[in-house]
Write a protein that binds this ligand. Structure first.
Ligand code: SF4
Ligand code: SF4
Ligand code: SF4
Length: 323
């Protein structure tokens, strides 16, 4: 492929100049050729198959298209008259690369991974930040990872989607890379076009297994939050929604907390579990080594309550209208 063609394909794919080299590790040459042949607009399936064969990209056009879809290089655009296909973007491809080609992503130098995450977060904030700010003004808008859930509430979601439970790697944790949190923790109920399950990723599990994994995540200090298409098990370091919430200052509103935390110091046996579980340092040991609670640091995720061995931390439902 000529360099000018490669540059044109990278531009079409929305690759920032600083990541041209990394983009070549994420996208194969045959895929760049396809991107260039497709252009920016949706292409009917039959026409795409013709382009694949004409460019000599594969013996079997449907297999090649399926592989490009699996790798999130192209997206489905279902229309009444049939399936169309459209190129994805560097922003759309990067998380898949980090999630499903971890070994290859691992080869990038640390400063490159950090730069990729900084860039990705800015794009992400640009897409969803205004909706979070609208929520802060009391305007009802939808943003994913909307609500913190107790384990019981998360289990109720599982029961509602008992036949559609799938686990896949958490893209935030995969992209952030440098941490020791478990990565295969995203519970997904979504199987439609362009979902990870439809692309052939993830593992179907029973409702019972899904609950078991949610409990394990909760015990490891991951916070359950989400809605009817996914339940995330997030931490305070990698989670992009949480990074966005911090940037916007939306504690309590996004992700929405439905409970206040009440700590009974009398009941507390000073085991320190909550100090390790809390992602925000709301429970911590003071200089005297005694456990203390700072409600101003609490995001209302509820996991400390579920993990206190003597029920010294209770949840009080927020009354309607409170943030
Ligand atoms: S929102 Fe949370 S669980 Fe979901 S992908 Fe990000 S960190 Fe992972
Ligand atoms: S987990 Fe419970 S008992 Fe242990 S330190 Fe925290 S509040 Fe006290
Ligand atoms: S103190 Fe607040 S933020 Fe920390 S674990 Fe408990 S509910 Fe979550």
């Amino acid at each position: 492929m000529e360099r000018t063609e490669l540059l044109a394909a990278q531009k079409l794919f929305g690759v920032p100049e600083e990541f041209f080299e990394e983009a070549n590790a994420m996208v194969k040459e045959s895929e760049w050729i396809l991107i260039l042949a497709m252009g920016p607009d949706p292409v009917p399936e039959k026409e795409l198959e013709k382009k694949v064969l004409e460019a000599g990209l594969a013996w079997s056009a449907p297999d090649f298209i399926r592989e490009c879809y699996h790798r999130a290089v192209i997206n489905k655009v279902p229309r009444e008259e049939g399936m169309y296909w459209q190129i994805n973007s560097f922003y759309g491809r990067f998380p898949y690369f980090a999630q499903y080609e971890r070994y290859e992503y691992g080869k990038f130098p640390k400063e490159v991974k950090e730069a990729l995450n900084r860039w990705d977060f800015e794009v992400y904030l640009g897409i969803y930040g205004d909706d979070v700010r609208m929520k802060m003004q009391g305007i009802d808008t939808h943003v994913h990872n909307s609500d913190y859930l107790t384990l019981e509430e998360a289990f109720a979601f599982v029961d509602r989607h008992a036949d559609e439970c799938g686990f896949q790697p958490c893209n935030c944790k995969a992209m952030m890379y440098y941490h020791d949190r478990p990565v295969d923790v995203c519970l997904i109920f979504e199987t439609g076009p362009n979902s990870e399950m439809d692309r052939g990723h993830g593992t179907h599990v029973t409702a019972e297994e899904a609950k078991k994994r949610l409990l394990q995540a909760n015990r490891k200090g991951l916070m359950q939050n989400g809605e009817d298409y996914a339940i995330c098990n997030c931490d305070g370091y990698c989670c992009y929604p949480l990074q966005m919430a911090r940037a916007c200052g939306s504690r309590g509103i996004y992700p929405k907390s439905h409970y206040s935390i009440v700590w009974d110091e009398e009941k507390c046996i000073q085991c320190g579990k909550c100090t390790k579980i809390c992602n925000f340092g709301a429970f911590s040991r003071g200089e005297d080594r005694k456990v203390g609670f700072d409600p101003e640091k609490c995001w209302g995720c509820t996991i400390c309550s579920a993990n206190c061995p003597v029920q010294a931390i209770t949840l009080v439902p927020e009354t309607k209208g409170q943030s």
